[in-house]
Design a protein around this ligand. Structure first.
Ligand code: NDP
Length: 377
């Protein structure tokens, strides 16, 4: 594994920005709508605290639906436990909170235990939602969360990929059981395929030889076909379910839409053959927000258990929820797929750092066709 290669002397040779005390960032000081976003030059720089920390100067960031949701307080109950696990700090507050889950940038400092990166390395990463985000000049992450940026991409292009890539791998591989070795000719249905996760997932599955059917709006057909989709079903046409029912059954469904999708989609899976429905739209965080951590987790767990039990016993199909998971080594693999031309970035819109509120507005307008990126530096 290339991750075992030692890069020595990192901490000693770098030109650390630690002499600087504050940085530029977009923050929120309370949850709310677009008005809560505030630009400041006075955020404390996140310096190296642990041996495996890597400090990165951010060149570009991208936005995900999660950023809009987190701005409104989504997931706060669970995320605050991750931020302050033992609740030791009575005065703990997540504010000022920096949003932005993706970054592409350059390493400027490393902890003494970092062996894989050195200052000057161009890297990309998907930032866990409980950590401070990338709408800022600097971010500090653990070595495990970081990966070398694909050489063939600009920072703007690279920033469009990490969060959706880690999410797609978590959903398709860890939860859906697919991988490079077993995907050949597997039939996969992706709903909501024209957005960030969908446009990445189509390309990943085609690189692995799967047969990919997607649902999207009619005006996204050219985009998804260009990325490799074999069959495209327009969900606005009114006969989506009939069209899908006429097709051969699927091995895996990746649901990026949620809502009533599972009601009509479960019947499209091959019965009694290990087929899986995997949704990225679960009620877990909504429940922990509204019912509290314990009751919300128990209630969500019960919901998941009941649906999984009912589906496996009635038709032999697996019902699963999937979540983003931080994973630098997976980004290493994605980097290779990008540099060999198997995966292209899909950047729909680009905003300067001064226009972060406008970038949020773009995202809130919906109808994404790939990703919205912010040039930070
Ligand atoms: P995007 O907003 O980038 O894309 C959503 C896409 O779905 C848009 O292109 C939209 O276009 C399309 N769409 C909307 N309604 C439908 C429909 N009924 N049928 C088919 N297509 C539809 O979102 P992402 O790709 O980034 O994420 C997808 C979902 O996964 C989001 O709900 C997100 O919150 C969730 N997610 C969950 C994660 C987790 O850890 N659980 C991690 C990452 C994402 P149009 O409206 O024009 O059709």
């Amino acid at each position: 594994c290339s991750r075992t290669l030692a890069r020595t002397g990192c901490r000693n040779v770098c030109s650390s920005p630690s002499r600087l005390q504050s940085m530029s960032a977009w923050v929120i000081d309370q949850y709310g709508s677009s008005g809560v976003l505030r630009h400041t030059e006075e955020i404390t720089i996140p310096t190296i605290n642990f041996a495996h920390d890597v400090m990165i100067k951010v060149s570009a960031a991208s936005l995900n639906p999660l950023d809009v949701n987190m701005r409104g307080g989504y997931g706060a109950a669970l995320l605050n436990i991750r931020r302050d696990p033992l609740s030791v700090l009575n005065s703990f507050s997540e504010f000022p909170l920096i949003l932005g889950r993706d970054l592409s940038g350059v390493v400027v400092d490393c902890g003494s235990g970092v062996t894989h990166f050195a200052p000057g390395d161009e890297v990309w990463a998907a930032i866990p939602p409980w950590k401070q985000g990338s709408l800022a000049e600097y971010v500090t992450l653990t070595e495990y969360e970081v990966s070398y940026k694909p050489k063939s991409l600009s920072h703007i292009e690279a920033a469009s990929i990490p969060y959706v890539a880690n999410t797609a791998f978590s959903a398709l591989v860890n939860t859906g059981g697919l991988c490079r070795e077993n995907s050949l000719n597997k039939r996969v249905l992706i709903t909501g395929a024209s957005g960030g996760v969908g446009t990445f997932s189509i390309q990943l599955l085609k690189a692995w030889g799967a047969h990919v059917t997607v649902t999207c709006s009619q005006n996204a057909e050219g985009l998804v076909r260009g990325l490799g989709a074999d069959e495209v079903v327009d969900y606005t046409s009114g006969d989506m379910a009939e069209q899908l029912e006429m097709m051969q059954r699927f091995d895996v469904i990746l649901d990026n839409v949620g809502g009533d999708t599972e009601e009509w989609a479960m019947g499209l899976l091959k019965p009694w053959s290990g087929a899986k429905y995997v949704t990225l739209v679960s009620p877990l965080l909504l429940k922990t927000d509204s019912m509290g951590l314990l009751d919300g987790t128990l209630n969500a767990g019960l919901t998941l258990h009941n649906k999984a039990f009912q589906n496996i016993t009635s038709s032999g199909v697996f019902y699963r929820w999937a979540f983003y998971a931080p994973d630098g080594p997976t980004l290493d693999e994605v980097s290779r797929l990008v540099d060999t031309g198997k995966i292209l970035p899909v950047v729909e819109a680009q905003f300067p750092f001064t226009q972060v509120p406008q970038a949020f507005q773009k995202l809130e307008g919906g109808h994404a066709r790939g990703k919205t990126v912010v040039k930070v530096a």
